[in-house]
Design a protein around this ligand. Sequence first.
Ligand SMILES: [Fe+2]
Length: 244
Amino acid sequence: MMFSFLKHVLSSDFFQGACDTHCHILPGVDDGFQTSDLAIEALQLLERQGVRKTILTPHFMKEYPDNVKSSIVEKFNIFQAKAAKSTQIELHLAAEHMLDACFPEHFKNGFLTLDNGGVHVLCETSYLMCEPNVSQMLYDIMLAGYQPVIAHPERYQYASKEHYRRWKEKGYLFQMNILSLAGAYGQPAKLKSHEMLCKGMYDFVGSDMHRIDNFRKFIPKLRLSTKEIEQLHRLLENNTALFK
Ligand SMILES: [Fe+2]
């Protein structure tokens, strides 16, 4: 019975040494943090929770045409130097690739992978509908020797169990958004995330942090069963193993 083992994640050293594999903390480039001061405050908050590494994953999508590899690398280097004066947290740069019309261009430029020049490519689709080319794009990523990691699968309203089954069958990895478990994206995403976590369907976990308020509001609402906590530990280990 799920609620017979309630545990307050933040009351423990749960995130000690953890790596966050998804956030929008690189300031002024997407719908995430807009100033470097707020971005540094977010890093300090994660650091206080014990997080040791954070992978910054700005949106690469048609809504942000200026986000291309070269300019983002430049902005990351500037931010990293500034952040290093106020926090010890280790920063890495990747991108969250929307599988939209701009995707082939980013593919051509070379991916900013989750694992620093490794093979893990973070991808997302629209929440409402699966564009017809999504399957082909995911397949092309795999064919080129990369490993697609699908961000927050629980949040895709169109996705049925059959969708998830097919994606897993193709070998795509799933990254859970931790705030989904706490209800930050509504009841359907919350239920799906708990179910998928219990079934061991996830491979990684990320905060997908866009602002501090949302994080502060929903993290304390996390209530997990013992089984879910074990699964979450496994995902945190996978996160860390990205850099081994
Ligand atoms: Fe994201």
